[in-house]
Design a protein around this ligand. Sequence first.
Ligand SMILES: Nc1ncnc2c1ncn2[C@@H]1O[C@H](COP(=O)(O)OP(=O)(O)OP(=O)(O)O)[C@@H](O)[C@H]1O
Ligand SMILES: [Mg+2]
Length: 311
Amino acid sequence: MSSKESENSAALRVLNLRKTYKAAAAPALDGVTFEVGQGEFFGLLGPNGAGKSTLIGTVAGLVKPDAGSAYILGRDTVKEPRFTKMAVGIVPQEITFDPFFTVRETLRLQSGFYGIRHNDIWISTLISRLGLSDKINEKVSRLSGGMKRRVLIAQALVHKPPVIILDEPTAGVDVELRHRIWDFMQELHAHGHTIILTTHYLEEAQSLCGRIALLNGGKLAALDTTKALLSRFSGKRLRFTLRSGSLPAIADFVFERIGQTNDYAVSYRNDTDILTVLQALQSTARIDDVHTGESSLEEVFLHLTNSDKRP
Ligand SMILES: Nc1ncnc2c1ncn2[C@@H]1O[C@H](COP(=O)(O)OP(=O)(O)OP(=O)(O)O)[C@@H](O)[C@H]1O
Ligand SMILES: [Mg+2]
């Protein structure tokens, strides 16, 4: 393929990807097709077990799909593993390291793995941008979870890959680091890198991602711009405290329990009259203290995955 074709190709394209793990009852990927354009900030969302990491694993060459293909910048990831390795940086969800090495050694070794000899300037940049400066000579095995996560991110970026895939980079990290990671991802995006982000923090996806794919049960449940997803499902949200009784089972309403309390939120479409909602609620439950608001990506997500939690 000429570099011209590569220039015009999608950053990532997955075509009819299928994967059923051995002894699994259901497929982890059940025919997934979509593409991510160069320069996009793209969200790959879905509940636990939706198939996000499996999809990323097939791109990384760690999971062998039963059928279908993945392409990076127009090139088949299975047929051209070397090209894929250089073009993609993957921050895996699971933290694993060789415990004997320090932070600096780990990043130098990783550079060597990509055949890059003199990478200390970029390594220093990564170290300082990720707030690892005072840990460079520490063994990675001694770092805290959040610090390990920073090294994992730095490690995926040593070769300045044009396509960066982050599988839950902000899982279990503190507020300060989360902001640091957001800033860094946005900076990389501004420099032309394609960013594909998996996260369970929907407000994070809502504020960062231009487009979002939603996986559910190994299938693509939605794929659209964040704006369109929000407006397509834009609706109202009413919070209430349930004193007694049960919630009505109405398909158009999505209920969500807030923490372990008696507080719930119900989301409903803009064209539904609030009186209809209140009447439906009053038919089965005793309610006090209601207040309304606009829906967020959280509600869109619940609508699409149907993961409403009725008591
Ligand atoms: N190595 C494996 N062997 C067998 N089953 C697996 C393996 N990895 C994943 N699965 C199964 O495949 C399905 C999809 O898992 P996957 O890790 O891709 O989901 P995910 O969307 O990344 O979830 P999470 O949000 O929890 O990270 C799940 O049912 C999971 O149990
Ligand atoms: Mg995962």
